[in-house]
Design a protein around this ligand. Structure first.
Ligand SMILES: [Ca+2]
Ligand SMILES: [Ca+2]
Length: 359
């Protein structure tokens, strides 16, 4: 009896060991956390761009649901050394493509474990600059006014070599900038000369007043160049006192990668400005513009009849003039867009610029 109990115990121990071993060999994927560091963020998109169109074994569960999902063991070792490519096939359908970006979008900011640092290999080379063009110093911005800056990467004297992707955060000083007004738009002209697919993500975090941005090529080849990678539009808050040398935006955690996910350092510079309390604008007194958050393609300006030789113009963030019709006090936008508009009223009495937002 004693012996058979011992044997039973021995067999039970072997079974238990094998169950534990099996459990340990399963690779658990959290959809969107491609580098498996515990959090879904903009840096995960850089990984996706390096394995686009790679086939792999589909999962049993084709889903981007935020729960641990078991990867196919056949994929082990296919992606940057020993990472299971199932991490990049976020939705588990058996191919890595732009659809997998949806998992990063949907699950952005979610955490499943202790967060580990982003882990890129840093290599030597040119250190290009990254800055808001036009905004290095000595520029004065006024209350309630809208501005657009380029985010310039590299320069004619310091060209970016081997560009494949870049991800970073922008901290916005909301003492001076209306965070609702901040809009980023991608500039593709030098980072995508052959017009292949570019993946990009822009997330606004209203808790931390940060923009999280990621841009990555997908065709396995890098480009060389410099200048704008995107435009950032902002509106300065109303009623802030005049101030000098205020840093209103800066960059954080910038990772610029080549196709092998190696990182070159970037020399970043924030945007420091002087803020001027608006001088009395007579148009501000005379006009009432409403609503400023648009629900459809219409808004109103009352008081126009008090102005001499007035003109009303509407622009998008690229500075392109949009077609409008004006009837009485009502302005109708011919082809409405989502995002930010800049309304300009010019007359003999002066000029007023006001931003409008369409959700
Ligand atoms: Ca991650
Ligand atoms: Ca997929």
């Amino acid at each position: 009896m004693k012996i058979s109990l011992k044997i039973f115990g021995f067999i039970f121990a072997i079974m238990l060991t094998s169950i534990i071993a099996n459990a340990q060999s399963d690779t658990i994927i959290w959809p969107g956390d491609i580098n498996n560091n515990g959090i879904v963020n903009q840096y995960d998109l850089l990984y996706l761009g390096t394995v686009i169109n790679m086939p792999c074994d589909p999962r049993d569960s084709i889903s981007t649901e935020w729960e641990g999902q078991t990867a196919s063991p056949n994929n082990q070792g296919l992606f940057f050394g020993d990472i299971n490519i199932g991490f990049a096939d976020c939705n588990g359908d058996g191919v890595v493509d732009s659809l997998d970006q949806e998992a990063i979008d949907t699950n952005f900011g979610l955490i499943h474990n202790n967060i580990a640092n982003e882990d890129f290999t840093i290599i030597n080379g040119n250190m290009p600059s990254m800055r808001f063009s036009g905004g290095v110093s000595n520029i004065a911005l006024s209350n309630n006014q809208a501005y657009t800056f380029n985010i310039d990467l590299g320069s004619a004297n310091n060209i970016v070599e081997d560009f494949y992707g870049i991800a970073f955060s922008i901290n916005v000083n909301t003492d001076y900038v209306d965070f609702n007004s901040v809009v980023f738009e991608l500039d593709q002209f030098w980072i995508n000369p052959n017009q292949s697919t570019i993946l990009s993500i822009v997330k606004k975090d209203f808790n931390t007043n940060q923009l999280h941005i990621s841009i990555v090529r997908t065709d396995y080849s890098s480009v060389i160049g410099f200048s704008s990678i995107g435009k950032l539009s902002i509106v300065i808050e109303g009623n802030v006192p005049s101030a000098t040398d205020v840093e209103i935006m800066n960059f954080e955690d910038v990772y610029m990668t080549n196709p092998y996910l190696e990182v070159r350092e970037v020399d970043v510079q924030g945007l420091t400005i002087d803020v001027q309390t608006s001088v009395e604008n007579p148009l501000q007194e005379k006009l009432d513009i409403y609503p400023t958050v648009l629900e459809d393609n219409q808004f109103n300006i009352s008081g126009l009849e008090q102005l001499n030789n007035y003109q009303v113009n509407l622009y998008n963030t690229l500075g392109q003039k949009l077609e409008i019709t004006i009837q009485n006090e009502q302005i109708e936008i011919k082809n409405p867009i989502h995002g930010i508009y800049f309304l300009e009223v010019i007359s003999d009495e002066g000029r007023l610029v006001q931003s409008l937002i369409s959700n």
